[in-house]
Design a protein around this ligand. Structure first.
Ligand code: UTP
Length: 290
């Protein structure tokens, strides 16, 4: 079955990035010249996703406006012959009727945000994107996962090794059969203490899940940090359908964290033909001066 729908939970408080996120959702923070959420939507498009479901909280209007036709701006750019600028705001817009918004009235946790999208997703496998996890890769990360899903079916999540000292920041896998790329998931635990973590393989912000996850989310059970955790509901899917973690090709940046955000800005800047040379010169000047 195809993965046609993707959910983008954007209702978090973004406390690690205050004051920037006081009036702006962190997913609207730009890396070079594109907001994080646009990178996520483009990655979804590249994997064949056709319907984009945003679960918003505060700052909803900035995201809605970004994915809307901007009549005045487009008219003005068009009449001034600024074709490149015009394309940059319109080329990637999903077609009318393929973007939906729902509101998470209270930030009760990622699991709750995903549950808010249940009627829009319906009864089919779907993707979830945490846009603050930005991935620089040759093949878009969700495309890599969709290819695995076509072979294995079931649930597929993106995973990477993290330092043991950091397991208490992530959902951590208990690993079954493992070929070094694809790991069968025997168990999942949210934010375990480093001493108690079953491995150092952690789930990062890309998921393909079966709709049964909504049944478990409906229980509204509170987990780590008193939040309704997606990890806890995913753990209940284990054993009922295949569940794999994919060590994707690429590098992940945690853009909800200040250092990760700066690293992503540099890495994505270096990818750009128009910026690479200037940025390299600046980096070598500033690092040798320091
Ligand atoms: P984070 O754990 O990064 O939390 O959420 P946060 O509130 O966004 O940021 P910090 O930690 O306070 O700085 C992971 C993802 O889950 C979404 C966030 O938008 C982010 O994409 N989320 C989290 C929700 O949509 N709703 C919630 O209630 C919690």
């Amino acid at each position: 079955m195809k993965v046609r729908k993707a959910v983008f939970p954007v209702g978090g408080l973004g406390t690690r990035f205050l004051p920037a996120t006081k009036a702006l959702p962190k997913e609207m923070l730009p890396i070079v010249d594109k907001p994080l959420i646009q990178y996520a939507v483009e990655e979804a498009q590249a994997a064949g996703v056709e319907e984009f479901i945003f679960v918003t909280g505060r700052g909803k209007s900035a995201i809605e406006d970004h994915f809307d036709f901007s009549f005045e701006l487009q008219e003005t750019l068009g009449s001034r012959g600024k074709t490149e600028a015009l394309n940059s705001i319109s080329d990637w817009l999903p077609p009318a009727g393929q973007v939906a918004y729902t509101r998470q009235q209270e930030p009760l946790g990622l699991g709750h945000a995903v549950w808010c999208a249940r009627h829009l997703v319906g009864d089919e496998p779907f993707a979830i994107f945490l846009a603050d996890d930005l991935i620089l890769s040759r093949t878009p990360a969700l495309k890599q996962m969709v290819d695995v899903f076509a072979e294995t079916g079931g649930n597929v999540v993106a995973v990477m090794d993290v330092p043991r000292a950091h397991t208490n920041r992530y959902g951590i896998l208990d690993v079954g059969a493992d070929d070094g790329r694809l790991a069968e998931i025997k168990g999942l635990v949210e934010k375990p203490h480093p001493d108690a973590a079953p491995s150092t393989l952690s789930v990062i912000g890309r998921y393909i899940l079966l709709p049964e996850v909504f049944d478990y989310l409906s229980a509204m059970e509170r987990g780590a940090g008193g939040e309704i955790q997606l990890t806890d509901a995913m753990a209940k899917l284990i054993g009922k359908s295949p569940f794999h973690g994919l060590r994707f090709e690429g590098r992940r940046f945690d853009c909800g964290d200040k250092l990760g955000f700066l690293q992503a800005t540099v890495a994505f800047g270096l990818e750009r033909d128009d910026l690479r040379d200037g940025l390299k010169t600046f980096l070598s000047e500033i690092t040798t001066a320091g």
